[in-house]
Design a protein around this ligand. Structure first.
Ligand SMILES: NC(=O)c1ccc[n+]([C@@H]2O[C@H](COP(=O)([O-])OP(=O)(O)OC[C@H]3O[C@@H](n4cnc5c(N)ncnc54)[C@H](O)[C@@H]3O)[C@@H](O)[C@H]2O)c1
Length: 362
């Protein structure tokens, strides 16, 4: 049984980590939690039955001696708290983004190597059914090689979404959300891009961070990806849509519940169509012109089930002494993409990636 202690008992702990650990209750037991906010501590002890709660992470680790510390605090604390947990001899399961800079990420990697403890980052999207099934089709006779990927999000910020630390971030879209998209791009292309260009306008100038990200990604063999993250649009919200264009077909994926009744006419073929779609957490659809078939669906909380699969792989890797998907050295390359996008936007030119993939600690 792996004994897990959690630092930060906010939304991601309640909505993703605790539901994920409860799917693994034969192997994982949550022994304690820590939060600086006393109302949150009381709430988590009473309503979520956390066995012990602390206001100080170091004290929690010293008193409870967990095997794994899960770090679920705002990104600015991930570096300091990962180092502290590693120095105390614990493995670390850190929420994304791993750190605020590549230098900090490299310090975490070094501490992980020094202590012999495994750090894994919860960029869990590749474990969702819709992405696993899409990946399985790449290279098949039906789909062929993946040539181009386009990802887009339309999100309406509200007072609630901007409350607390998120509303204060200067680097917001690509750093906090886009990092999931970069992880998926690396997962699908099985390669690191060579060049990135980004434009991050803020036409309303009301927020400290950007509100639109337009990003273009190039691979050495001419394949490419583009990302549009849009927090200005008043159109329907789309949490994350993607289209993967292969040699012989395309795959469309979407996350987010929908119930849709469709009726219309395929103009070119003058053929009417009628459809009713009920998709809870997400779907992946194989498309060829107007022909399409659903290849995978996800349940109501794909974030938690993907985290459960990711965490299971992580603890098996600890048992077997191997490096699982999302370990810090690998995830550093995903962080490098997000950070380079900001550099490209600031410099207003395409940036070569090679330099960013080199470890800053030599
Ligand atoms: N992987 C995913 O799908 C996913 C989804 C949502 C959020 N996240 C990530 O999870 C992290 C937390 O996000 P959230 O939405 O839960 O934020 P949140 O604000 O809801 O929760 C953060 C909690 O940390 C506590 N905290 C702050 N400073 C602390 C300290 N020094 N010690 C202990 N506790 C402290 C706060 O009181 C708060 O309860 C972020 O890095 C975010 O990017 C990941």
């Amino acid at each position: 049984m792996f004994r897990v202690a959690i630092i930060g008992l906010g939304a991601v702990t309640r909505n993703i980590h605790l539901p994920a650990y409860s799917q693994l209750k034969d192997k994982v037991s949550v022994i304690a939690g820590c939060d600086v906010d006393s109302t949150t501590r009381t709430f988590m002890k009473r309503k979520w039955h956390l066995p012990e709660v602390y206001d100080n992470p170091q004290e929690m680790i010293e008193k409870t001696r967990p095997d794994i510390v899960s770090i679920c605090t705002p990104p600015s604390l991930h570096h300091e708290q990962s180092l502290m947990a590693l120095d105390s001899g614990c493995h670390v399961f850190c929420e994304k983004p791993l750190a605020e800079s590549l230098y900090q990420a490299d310090e975490i990697i070094k501490a992980s190597e020094r202590s012999g403890r495994l750090v894994v980052v919860n960029n869990q999207f590749p474990y969702m059914n819709i992405y696993r099934s899409s990946k399985a089709l790449i290279g098949s006779p039906e789909f062929g090689r993946l040539l181009f990927l386009h990802a887009w999000q339309t999100f309406h910020p509200t007072e609630q979404t901007e409350a607390s630390w998120r509303g204060k971030l200067q680097r917001r879209l690509c750093f906090e959300f886009g990092i999931h998209v970069f992880e998926l791009i690396r997962f699908f292309f099985e390669d690191n891009p060579v060049k990135i260009f980004a434009h991050m306008p803020n036409p309303k100038s009301e927020t400290p961070s950007e509100v639109v990200n337009i990003i273009s990604v190039e691979f050495s063999d001419g394949r490419a990806a583009s990302i549009v993250l849009d927090r200005l649009s008043k159109g329907p919200e789309r949490y994350l849509d993607m289209r993967l264009d292969g040699e012989f077909a395309s795959i469309y994926t979407s996350i987010g519940g929908e119930i849709r009744f469709e009726m219309g006419l395929h103009a070119r073929e003058r053929r009417p169509f009628l459809g009713f779609n009920f998709v809870k957490g997400g779907k992946a659809v194989l498309q060829n012109g107007n022909r399409s078939k659903i290849i995978a669906r996800d349940g109501i909380n794909p974030f938690a089930s993907a985290t459960a699969a990711h965490f299971k792989n992580y603890i098996e890797a600890i048992e077997n002494g191997r490096e699982p998907r999302g370990h810090a050295r690998d995830n550093r390359n995903t962080l490098a993409l997000a950070l380079t996008a900001y550099d490209a936007a600031q410099a207003n030119k395409a940036i070569e990636m090679a330099h960013y993939f080199k470890n800053s600690n030599g």
